[in-house]
Design a protein around this ligand. Structure first.
Ligand code: PEP
Ligand code: MN
Length: 366
């Protein structure tokens, strides 16, 4: 992919110390004291490269805390003056950009709801023309890599070269272990299509729960992503937004200490790192296959129930033969042997019939 303005590697950003690049800070700026205390504790860990805090908060429902607004920008400016940490906040409009730049912010991020909206991203891009600031683009809430790339392109066309992507997971209707589904393959595809762009993972918004942040962070490191954006608050249980997913600065240090980092930069370990990265990708696809099989079998069970209610037999071999023939033709186009597709589909079909049988044989207790 060719970008209008050359994307700068994260290692050339002035605030970068080492991999992984760590952005931390509260979900929202709440009070001057909360912002400054959190920042002071974070800087004293020596592990944080950039301080974050939301000033304008996009909330799902009205009447939730929607951020302290402009006054919080003064607190961020103070953080920078008193701790030396560069600071950043979320922007969703042209006005947010102007206000943030006026207060000397070093980084602006575009939130997941905003990056899903090309009009809003273009408005932000126009406000950024000729400005030198770090801009991070979170993935849109819906799993659409092109939309994510489109937002990155719009910002880059405005001349922003210190630009990064933040992987924060995707909304889904189904209730899962995590607040947002990581869909790691989306970030992997972004990396494949724009290899030069720094990618950070935001485990806090993927997890929605402080207990899962370690495992998600480890996965991001195993995939060789460049850094992490983690929500940290001096007293998470009292946070005005996202209380369940924030961790104290001390817990952040513990988490980072337990991360298994990738081997140092020598040839053999490069090869091993590469192999590990590929194996991690395979694990992700294997997990997805299992999830798909699970969903597929649930549908078979529902069909089983219907058949039972309507007295239809399980095996409808004409339909299966047709499906198998089609799958073999499709599979061959994808480089998969007919023998493999035959075995795979027969096994799936058998499992599916077993699930249906189980449902049909269930005795209904009234
Ligand atoms: C945030 O980082 O506080 C935030 C609102 O994130 P997202 O846009 O990922 O929901
Ligand atoms: Mn948050």
């Amino acid at each position: 992919m060719v970008f209008d303005s050359k994307i700068q590697p994260i290692s050339t950003w002035e605030c970068f110390k080492q991999r992984p690049f760590i952005i931390a800070g509260p979900c929202s700026a709440e009070t001057e004291e909360q912002v400054l205390q959190t920042a002071k504790q974070l800087v004293s860990t020596g592990k944080v490269d950039l301080f974050r805090a939301g000033i304008w908060k996009p909330r799902t429902r009205p009447d939730s805390f929607e951020g302290v607004g402009k006054q919080g920008l003064k607190w961020l400016k103070q953080v920078k003056q008193e701790t030396g940490l560069p600071v950043g906040t979320e922007v969703a409009s042209e006005k947010h950009v102007y206000e943030s730049l006026k207060h000397g912010l070093d980084m602006l991020w575009i939130g997941a709801r905003t990056s899903a909206n090309p009009f809003a991203v273009q408005e932000i891009a126009n406000a950024l023309e000729g400005v030198d600031v770090i801009v991070l683009v979170k993935n849109p809430i819906n799993p659409d890599v092109d939309l994510w790339i489109g937002a990155i392109e719009r910002i880059n066309k405005a001349g922003i070269t210190r630009i990064g992507a933040v992987h924060r997971g995707f909304s889904s209707y189904e209730k899962t272990r995590y607040r947002n589904q990581p869909q790691w393959q989306m970030a992997i595809e972004l990396r494949a299509r724009i290899p030069e762009i720094p990618i950070l993972t935001d485990p806090s918004h993927i997890a929605g729960d402080a207990n899962y942040i370690q495992e998600i962070s480890q996965k991001a490191i195993d995939l060789n992503f460049d850094g992490l954006m983690i929500e940290s608050h001096i007293c998470p249980s009292k946070a005005w937004s996202d209380a369940k997913q924030q961790i104290t600065p001390n817990d952040l240090v513990r988490l980072l200490k337990h991360l298994k980092l990738r081997a140092a930069d020598i040839e053999v370990s490069d090869f091993l790192d590469f192999l590990r990265e590929l194996r991690n990708k395979i694990d992700i696809y294997d997990e997805q296959m299992l999830d798909l099989f699970e969903q597929r079998m649930k549908i078979s069970e529902t069909i089983g129930k219907c058949k039972k209610e309507n007295n239809i037999t399980i095996l409808q071999s004409i339909r299966f033969d047709r499906i198998l023939r089609k799958a073999i033709i499709k599979g061959e186009k994808k480089g998969l042997s007919a023998e493999f597709i035959d075995k795979l589909f027969k096994a799936i079909h058998q499992e599916s019939m077993d699930h249906q049988k189980k449902v049909m044989n269930q005795i209904v207790h009234t």
